[in-house]
Design a protein. Sequence first.
Length: 698
Amino acid sequence: MSRPIQWPEAAAPVAEVRVTTRALHDVQLVDSYGWLRDDNWRDVLKDPARLAPDIRAYLEAENRHAAALLAPTEALQERLIAEMRGRIREDDAEPAVPDGAFAYYTRYRSGGDYALVCRQPRWGGEEMLLLDGDAEAKGHGFFQLGRARHSPDHRLLAWAADTRGSEYFTIRVRDLATGEDHDSVPDTTGRMVWLRDSSGFLYVRYDEDHRDREVYLHRLGSAVAEDVLLHREEAPGFFIRLSATQDGAFVTLTIADHETGEVRLVDPADPLAPPRLVAPRQQGVLYEVDRHQGDLIIRTNAGGATDFKLVRAPVARPDRDNWQDLVPHRPGRLILSHVAFARHLVWQERAEALPSVQIRRWVDGVAHSIAFDEPAYTLSASPGYEADTDTLRFTYASLSTPPETYDYDMESRRRTLIKRRELPSGHVPADYVVERLMARAGDCAEVPVSLLYRRGLARDESAPLLLYGYGAYGIAIGAGFRSGILSLVDRGFVYAIAHVRGGMDKGFSWYEDGKRAKKTNTFTDFLAAAEALIAAGYTRAGRIVAQGGSAGGMLMGAIANMRPELFAGIVAEVPFVDVLNTMLDKDLPLTPPEWPEWGNPIDSAADFAAIRAYSPYDNVGAQRYPAMLIEAGLTDPRVTYWEPAKWVARLRATMTGGGPILLRTDMAAGHGGQSGRLKRLADEARVQAFALMATGLA
């Protein structure tokens, strides 16, 4: 029997100490590594070559150190990549979505990394390749294909791409008869909505601080400098989301932060008419709109509807005084989204961390639901392009069941399976067990934990366990199929998801109990999940690898400071760990928009104290830390590269033992890591190899 691979001896880089201090709220803040924040960061987002040489040298030294520590796993990583690739049907295609005379879809070619955008006649016929993602990606170190939207007359395709990882998308328009592109519109969010006559489109442009605050009209054939500003949001903390009602009657400008919002309507046949305000913003009230005949159908938390309700209001008089309940609020039943079809109202909801799809007929109010019986699963409905249809497409999956896509007749209630995801290397769902465990937090809240493991696992505390968590922005982490994780599960790992507070897994109040002053509930919920898994015999202390990214990386930093002895390893991907300094920097892209989520430590001494008490960077202690793999992206506009870099420097300077600490910065990518579906397998294989190393199984 071979011996487990041990971490190699490799001297870690030592970041230079350059102390800066400042005082706020009668507290002296000392930062030894603030110099890693390049003052030129805006330019770096657009051109990574402009990074300061001393910062680049440090990051590259860290990359070499991480590579040296993981070098013994290179063969293992190749095996893991081969296994994960074997579960991908390389020439896969998504089911076609009908719109008028055509049906649109994406597919991949064998060996290809990027999607091919295609269409064919609706009732069958020859395929037309509209956009070749592999061809467009050539010559770019990073390539992300954003939205691709065909025009209402089906002659044109507006498509967006980011070639730096910084989420600056350039929109181009392709003439589908000639295949030629024109109308290049840079520095956008990548979202666009066509005008009804296909003469142009609306889009959202980033400002100089990488904030989406302006909506423009672009007419085809005109210069970008001639684009017409339709709306500028003056409040720096608000985002703009551009969409359209299902029937295409209105373009919707949803302007909101994490707590408050409003919607303005643009007529796609008369875009220069002033956008119509549905209801003015009111602190703490969120709403979204669709349209059915002469009414707006609105999802909102107004009037104390914590878990949201659906109301209707006349299009001509949409103010709040005219809102009438359509689907009343029911505590604990979170309404997630809604779509108004011609003959049916559809909404998705979640209760006790399990989703369902609800359908109500307009003519008589008869309602029914779609749900499944597994203890943990995901379920999502797709609205498609058309409103005048009785067909609803939905996709179901669980931790053991690959995604299954159905067309559902909302009148007859018959479902037709149109695609089941194929794993070419084979997969038998019955070989795996899916369970749901409830962990009791310190305040007696019950935290759902979803589990996957191989059938026949001995519950003798010996198994290693990967515990994943996020817990922010109200985002629920669904218990859906993850083919990559099977490589760990097949090697004896238990895989678990902790549905901690800060997400909306158990309703909107679950989110509110994990934000601002209550943020520490997210951390203690995760630790309660780990303790419950240990108590149930799935694993033991020191055999758990924790994983989280972005705001989930903050969770990783907090639990590392609080209970490092529970973990064999921690994976923190693009981790938001320098929380206090970032929330004090109002010039960063996401800082003002994030104040409703975390608090404003500039204006509020209470928020300052709360954030300072848990911010991972500020609470690194003189203690033993587990092995940690920390990953960053140089052009990440969401979690800037210097947050993990500073954190690693402070960890190494302060910890009394344990480790090693690995920092890997992708010098050509942003928040999402490498681009390309096959290239990304290398990122997942590296994480899994680290987990196997940390638990002695490599």
